[in-house]
Ligand binder design. Structure first.
Ligand code: PLP
Length: 445
């Protein structure tokens, strides 16, 4: 069974490690996203669905490194592939057969891609997807949805977390540069209100022939796993058809939505998709894929490619070996079984809300589940921000649930989500729902 551990706990080894880390890393960290107050627990090892912290506490891992660990920790076939590859070759300034193998598997599996290029993170994949769209079209402007996270590349990060003082009118959101970016970066980005067909159409028409691409994540995690509607997608496709821009899907996270890619579940063919996370088997990876004519024009030296794409660690054999082993083990049966476990968790969480008589919303699909402690239906980033601002009990209650789960053997996303791996069992899923029920029964007012 998953362990229990008092948190926060002044004498814990994690607390001491965090103090030590703060001397040499700002905030004691290199990823703001893995910090939670007063200090994050420090991991020592993992196996299957479980992780252990520096105080020896065992937990079910419902983060799976922000979704990248599709098979959890230490999957035997992935470990063996890494071990074998590590003794042969880890990185080299030459191509290897291993990248062809992973490319072939992904091209065969994912509907929208005929060719692929590898890089090292989802951030880089989005950076290259945006550069590719601009280079191919010869146009400057990128459109994205307000509040959608697409990694840290400057253009992609515009308006990913705008505040009310700068975000402009709801029907024409301002392009807000990320901290450290210039207004010049934001000037080449237009921001669409999520799933707002009429205003989206008007904004895209305003850009017209300057539009290089619309960038969309089919399931927006930081809007509580909100899906892009068919109507919105249809509108985007129509407008792109009319003006000649490209459709870029950011499937870095939402690749988990469909065995043949998120796009395959939506019946829409994007021109380019950005990928990452699960395709690297737990090692750092990113990739961009798309139609062969686009990929060839941009990247093929035989065809006079226009877009440089170097990268010391691109397609390094170690990541390729891990990714190949992970993707081979993630067959259709594994995908369907994992999706059923996700359904079971969502059902269990809804049941927990009902029994505890607590207002809340359970969202998500397949292995990704959002858990939000308000029953109000919210359609976009502003409505979520306004509600969180107006009702501080939502954040307090969410923090209580997070800490209760942390102290009872479950590590969920502190922003209110669960991402499962194939290593999880039905009994563990039921335990997560039961533990959530116990947390809901002791909610602060
Ligand atoms: N795009 C989306 C939708 C993501 O969720 C993420 C990461 O969470 C990224 C891009 C960036 O990927 P990475 O963290 O590998 O740079």
């Amino acid at each position: 069974a998953a362990g229990t551990g008092a948190f926060p706990h002044a004498h814990s080894r994690s607390a001491a490690l965090h103090e030590r880390a703060r001397a040499v890393m700002p905030g004691g960290n290199t990823r703001h996203s893995v910090f939670f107050p007063p200090y994050p627990v420090y991991a020592t090892h993992g196996r299957g669905s479980r992780i252990w912290d520096a105080d020896g506490v065992e937990r079910i891992d419902c983060m799976n490194n922000y979704s990248s660990l599709i098979h959890g920790h230490g999957h035997p076939a992935i470990v063996e592939a890494i071990q074998q590859q590590a003794t042969r070759l880890t990185s080299v300034a030459l191509p290897t057969e291993s990248e062809i193998e992973l490319a072939e598997l992904l091209v065969e599996r994912l509907d929208a891609i005929e060719q692929i290029r590898f890089c090292n993170s989802g951030t880089e994949a989005m950076l290259f997807a945006i550069k590719a769209a601009r280079a191919y079209s010869g146009r400057p402007v990128i459109a994205k949805v307000e509040g959608a996270y697409h990694g840290s590349a400057e253009t992609a990060a515009v308006s990913s977390q705008p505040g009310p003082s700068r975000w402009g009118p709801a029907d024409s959101p301002a392009s807000v540069p990320d901290a450290g970016s210039t207004p010049g970066v934001a000037a080449d980005v237009v921001v669409l209100p999520m799933n707002d067909v009429d205003n989206g159409r008007r904004i895209l028409r305003g850009v017209g022939s300057r539009l290089a691409a619309v960038v969309l994540d089919p399931l927006v995690k930081n809007l509580g796993f909100k899906p892009v509607t068919q109507e919105f997608l249809q509108m985007v496709r129509e407008e792109l058809q009319a003006c000649g821009g490209l459709l870029v899907f950011d499937e870095v996270y939402s690749l988990r939505l469909g065995f043949h890619g998120a796009h395959a579940t939506l019946g829409v063919q994007p021109d380019i998709i950005a990928m990452g996370k699960i395709i690297g088997g737990g090692l750092p990876i990113g990739a961009i894929g798309g139609r062969a004519d686009i990929m060839t024009a941009l990247f093929d030296p035989h065809a006079g490619a226009r877009l440089g794409h170097a990268g010391t660690f691109n397609a390094n054999p170690l990541t390729m070996a891990a990714g190949l082993a992970a993707m081979r083990a993630f067959d259709l049966g594994a995908f369907e079984r994992l999706s059923a476990l996700g359904d079971r968790l969502r059902k269990g969480l809804r049941e927990a809300l009902r029994i505890a008589d607590v207002e809340g919303t359970v969202t998500g699909a397949t292995s990704m589940t959002g858990f939000f402690l308000s029953g109000k239906s919210m359609s976009n980033y502003r409505e979520i921000a306004a509600l969180m601002g107006a009702d501080p009990t939502i954040a307090r209650r969410a923090e209580h649930v997070f800490h209760h789960l942390l102290n009872h053997g479950v590590y969920m996303g502190s922003y209110g989500f669960f991402v499962l791996s194939t290593a999880i069992t039905e009994a563990e899923v039921d335990y997560i729902a039961e533990t959530t029920l116990a947390a809901l029964r002791t909610l602060p007012t």
